[in-house]
Design a protein around this ligand. Structure first.
Ligand code: ADP
Length: 485
């Protein structure tokens, strides 16, 4: 944290109704590259969480009446401040999350892009829609801000997950109460500081930080003043929160886990596919919901693909994200290491071959860091546990196919449906993939899907709702049909 120039961005308590709360009880945040504590954070109390929601409800009454232009101006200032402070924000992010600094800078700029897009697109929803109506009637459809939104975000993208939700909600005229992951609360608090500076009115954007996620989650999903609950995280926690929302019939958005297939057809450009595999698998050490989880490769090109991929992986340097030579950072904590080691060992027992890596890794300079080697596992089958689990780490699993139908069947053989990647030059195959892959997002000959204007989200157990562009804003609006005679 010593590398951060603007110390005002280092905050250690909840931000509620424009005030920074303090308490005696604290929890620690660790740098996963070193295992060292980097901050002591004040624990929020249940009463303060309720106060945050009540403040948001009060602030909503005025915020929803502001003009689109006022909201847009504030959001544009906010995103500008993110850009101005991108280096410091990235250092905060790398300190608490571990990813290489260059990736952290990318995440900050991407967050700013999301807020900018929302600021520019909210005007699309001002005008009522005139609908066809019988004689002597006028039918108008108004879009109204839905109200107070609560959100829980994960640790893998501690800045962009917040920007993606809060930017859209605020653009739509909603007020917002956030609980970031207790593993990475510092980025969200720095965002709140910059939001305050940008002129977001008190109570419109609140951040509560605490280590008791379950207790905060219960209030976030049940409080009577909440209109919508938005979650990004694991499927198992998402299901539980969805059930909690049912009682109050809260609107929900769920961005849950993925199990992305990465299919390489026989006619693919192998070098491009290897490059894409590398991006889709090793960005953020494989800790993203859109990471390629299962590499489904045509049998005639598999040997070449694997050889080239392993050569490329061997160039990866693993270590602390602050060293610019390193492109593979640590995993978030020991729990992640244990989970991945367990999956890899089980796959071995079930008959898979470890071609590379397979172990946690100790760096001389970061003894307590939670690193896991880049790993490649061959002969994986749908009968194995690893085929069905979201690995969330730098592990490539290889599955062979012989024909197009088999590739599609294998790709769809999962409860998840977030995204898929495919490499082929064949237009016919591309069109079949569009029709038959059950996913919310599909990358053809590219692993770089990210686009703040596009709808991000999944189908099946990967969740519901979309973030990004006008689609994201629409999630925070309700339709009201008015019939005038
Ligand atoms: P992961 O397993 O990748 O850490 P989680 O789904 O556990 O993902 O965490 C994502 C977010 O959900 C974090 O902010 C975490 O604090 C929160 N969370 C975890 N468990 C619960 C719960 N029972 N209720 C509410 N929030 C939770």
């Amino acid at each position: 944290m010593h590398l951060i120039k603007n110390k005002n961005l280092i905050l250690n308590s909840s931000f509620v109704n424009g005030e920074w709360l303090v308490s005696d009880s604290t929890f620690e945040v660790f740098n996963p590259a070193t295992g060292k504590a980097i901050a002591q954070i004040s624990e929020v109390t249940s009463l303060e969480v309720e106060n945050a929601i009540n403040s948001a409800a009060k602030a909503f009454e005025e915020w929803k009446l502001t003009s689109y232009q006022q909201r847009s101006d504030i959001l544009l200032k906010w995103q500008k401040l993110l850009r101005e402070h991108s280096q410091d924000l990235a250092r905060i992010l790398t300190s608490e999350q571990g990813k290489p600094l260059s990736e952290a800078v990318g995440e900050i700029l991407h967050s700013a892009d999301y807020i900018k897009i929302y600021a520019e697109q909210a005007h699309l929803f001002i005008e009522p829609i005139n609908q066809d109506a019988p004689l002597n009637q006028q039918a108008k459809i108004y879009r109204k801000s839905i109200g107070v939104v609560t959100a829980i975000t994960p640790w893998n993208f501690p800045c962009s997950m917040v920007a993606r939700k809060a930017g859209a909600a605020l653009a739509a005229g909603c007020s917002f109460v956030l609980k970031p992951s207790e593993l990475t609360p510092l980025s969200a608090l720095a965002l709140a500081k910059l939001g305050e500076q940008a002129g977001i009115p008190a109570g419109v954007f609140n951040v509560v930080v605490g280590s008791n996620a379950q207790a905060i989650g219960e209030i976030f999903t049940s409080h009577p003043k909440i209109a919508k609950f938005s979650f990004t995280g694991s499927t198992i926690v998402g299901k539980r929160l969805l059930a909690q929302c049912a009682n109050g019939v809260k609107r929900t958005a769920m961005e849950l886990g993925g199990n992305a297939p990465f299919i390489v057809f026989e006619d693919a450009d192998i070098d491009e596919a290897v490059e894409g595999a590398w991006v889709a698998k090793f960005r953020n050490s494989g800790q993203t919901c859109v990471t390629a989880n299962r590499f489904i490769i045509h049998k005639n090109i598999k040997q070449e693909f694997v050889k080239k991929l392993i050569e490329k992986i061997k160039q990866l340097k693993m270590g602390c994200g602050f060293d610019s030579e390193n492109s593979l950072g640590p995993l978030v904590n020991q729990r992640a290491i244990d989970k991945i080691s367990g999956l890899v060992n089980k796959a071995k027992e079930e008959g898979a071959n470890i071609l590379l890596g397979g172990h946690s890794f100790e760096k001389d300079d970061c003894k307590k860091g939670t690193f896991f080697e880049a790993t490649v596992i061959d002969n994986v089958t749908p009968q194995m546990e690893i085929f069905h689990k979201e690995i969330f780490g730098p592990v490539v699993t290889l599955i062979e196919f012989k024909c197009e139908e088999e590739a599609i069947r294998l790709a769809n053989q999962t409860e998840s449906g977030l995204c898929a990647y495919a490499y082929t030059k064949n237009e016919k195959i591309i069109s079949v993939l569009n029709q038959q892959l059950n996913v919310g997002m599909l990358g053809i000959n590219t692993a770089r899907l990210s686009n703040p204007s596009a709808p991000f989200g999944g189908v099946k157990q990967s969740g519901m709702g979309r973030e990004g562009g006008s689609y994201g804003i629409e999630e925070y609006l309700d339709y009201q049909y008015v019939c005038i005679r």
